[in-house]
Design a protein around this ligand. Structure first.
Ligand code: C2O
Length: 557
């Protein structure tokens, strides 16, 4: 943008009543904090000493400036998960992808404008495993005077689900990487930072949501856990789903929602009882033979006038492997697709990719516990190697040798991907491979789970875009039959989608955002193991179709 336009816009923003345009300033101090309320007293990395961190509130159309100051010993970067970052990849946040990390003692101002989005998202650290405790909500209100497309709730509340380890999470993953084996699962789940009464945990604190009989509430539910998809339900109360990943959906009622790490879901709840206390429960969903933390986190919905000593109405969490509950929920999601909020599904496809997602085994002579091998993960059999220069910088300044653009559009060899008899060779190749897309091209990705080691539900997150989930199935994707069943009318629009265990998901998007955009499994252990790649989207020819110049305080590697 021309600098005089920026000055003009800034001046206009000083009078927010006159024009629909505002600048919001936030300061995020990354500091250590004792966590005595939780299952241990070890210090944790936090933003402003809070767990979960502060909520970032803005309106659609606002410009947000967040000054992040790093006071801890780790390198830090923050990602605004789901914010489209049109042309402002410099503010996206994944370390070594769009920026070098903010080093100890340094700071960086994330500067982005929220365009065409409203709803709930989350922010989180995007380096190492710091996201375990460095996360919080992003609440994007509609533009002033624009109503929700559903009855306005009397009140709103943020509900952040997370995982908690007694041990230092950086030690947990470092030890696992040395051994070649999977890291320890968490010790507890939390709801707004509190586990509720759980075994082997000194803290028995539970989050309490105070409600009044007859009033309606919108819960902005976020899964900020590192490695686990979760079920969430409230005893005796139905949830009406109205929005996911900051896009409106056709409202539907359910007892239970399923939410993967990185996903957000807004639900309406009516306090339709006269009094009482009702249990809220967050419990893991895992439908393959993989260890999870099976401790249920609990909170209460507390009607005003109810004694805190009165008994809580309980609810049973779904069985851990309740695939059918998860499928029912997922299959109920449809874009609102109204006149005001149309679903702009790409009807033609310029780039069709089939990408396997799954695990592998590579040699690791120093991995004693792993008997000389280590578990890795890959997309199309490429285990992604993190560069030491940020990819967006390498792209923008034309620095050679940082990445290649030969990410394969198909698996290197075809096999029965979801069979339980694995192929002979479980090894992967490695590289920093990107897939290059012309500006405004339309893309279809079929994400295909593999059964190597075990089939597993992978929540795949794409930076820089929303996509439409046009199809989903079990087994191997059939390119002849399956596309005939695609929903191109009102598929749900998201930024993070679960690939079903032993199945596939098809998504479509338009590459209308130039830059370098990360795509990875949002189970942090799989990201660490290499289940990631990036798209390089070229600049377009028009005036507003190029990556903006980097800010002057962009961190250096
Ligand atoms: Cu929420 Cu790349 O992550």
């Amino acid at each position: 943008m021309e600098s005089w336009i920026r000055v003009l816009m800034f001046a206009a923003c000083l009078f927010p009543v006159l024009v629909e345009c505002r600048v919001r300033h936030y300061k995020f101090n990354v500091v250590m904090k004792n966590s005595s309320r939780l299952c241990s007293t070890k210090p944790i990395v936090t933003v402003n000493g809070r767990f979960p961190g502060p909520t970032l509130t803005a309106r659609e159309g606002d410009t947000v400036l967040v000054k992040v100051v790093n006071h801890v010993k780790y390198n830090v970067s923050i990602h605004w998960h789901g914010i489209r970052q049109l042309r402002t990849g410099w503010a996206d946040g994944p370390a070594y992808i769009t920026q070098c990390p903010i080093q100890p003692g340094q700071n960086y101002i994330y500067n982005f404008t929220i365009t065409g989005q409203r709803g709930t998202l989350l922010w989180h650290a995007h380096i190492l495993w710091l996201r375990a405790t460095v996360h919080g909500a992003i609440v994007i209100l509609p533009k002033r005077g624009v109503p929700y497309p559903f009855p306005k709730p009397d009140k709103e509340a943020v509900v952040i689900l997370a995982e908690y380890w007694k041990a230092d999470t950086e030690l947990v993953i470092n030890q696992a990487q040395k051994s070649g084996l999977a890291p320890n699962v968490s010790d507890a789940h939390t709801i707004n930072g509190k586990p509720g009464p759980v075994p082997n945990c000194s803290a028995q604190d539970a989050f309490k949501l105070d409600v009044e009989a007859g009033k309606s509430y919108m819960l902005r539910i976020i899964n900020a856990a590192l490695n686990e998809e979760l079920f969430f339900k409230i005893a005796g109360h139905k949830l009406t789903v109205v929005e996911v990943d900051a896009t409106y959906v056709k409202p539907f009622k359910t007892d239970t929602i399923v939410i993967a790490p990185g996903q957000t879901i807004n639900v309406l709840v009516t306090a339709d009882k006269s009094s009482g206390k009702y249990l809220m429960a967050a419990s893991p969903f895992m439908d393959s033979p993989i260890a999870v933390d099976n401790v249920t986190a609990t909170a209460t919905l507390h009607y005003s006038g109810t004694l805190s000593s009165s008994a809580t109405t309980l609810t049973n969490p779904p069985p851990q492997n309740a695939t059918s509950i998860s499928d029912n929920f997922t299959n109920s999601l449809r874009s609102l697709n109204s006149k005001k909020f149309p679903a702009k599904v790409p009807l033609t496809v310029d780039h069709a990719l089939l990408i396997t997602v799954g695990l592998g085994i590579n040699p690791c002579p120093s991995c004693k516990a792993g008997n000389g091998s280590r578990v890795v993960a890959s997309m199309n059999n490429v285990t992604f190697i993190m560069p030491t220069t940020a990819l967006l910088q390498a792209h923008y300044f034309n620095i050679k040798g940082v990445f290649t653009t030969d990410f394969p559009s198909n698996p290197p060899f075809a096999f029965n991907y979801t069979s339980t008899t694995p192929p002979k060779n479980l090894g992967t190749t490695s590289g920093t491979k990107l897939y290059r897309l012309p500006y405004n091209s339309t893309v279809q990705l079929v994400l295909q789970d593999t059964g190597i080691i075990a089939p597993e539900n992978h929540p795949i997150h794409l930076h820089g875009f929303n996509f439409f989930a046009v199809g989903r199935g079990l087994g191997n994707f059939n390119p002849k039959k399956d596309p005939k069943k695609f929903n191109l009318v009102d598929p749900v629009e998201r930024n993070t989608i679960g690939v079903p265990s032993g199945g596939w998901t098809a998504i479509r998007f338009r590459a209308d955002n130039p830059g370098v955009w990360f795509m990875h499994c949002h189970l942090e252990v799989h990201t660490t193991w290499g289940l990631k790649m990036a798209f390089l989207v070229d600049n377009g020819k028009g005036p507003n179709e190029s990556v903006l110049p980097p800010p002057s305080d962009l961190p250096k590697c």
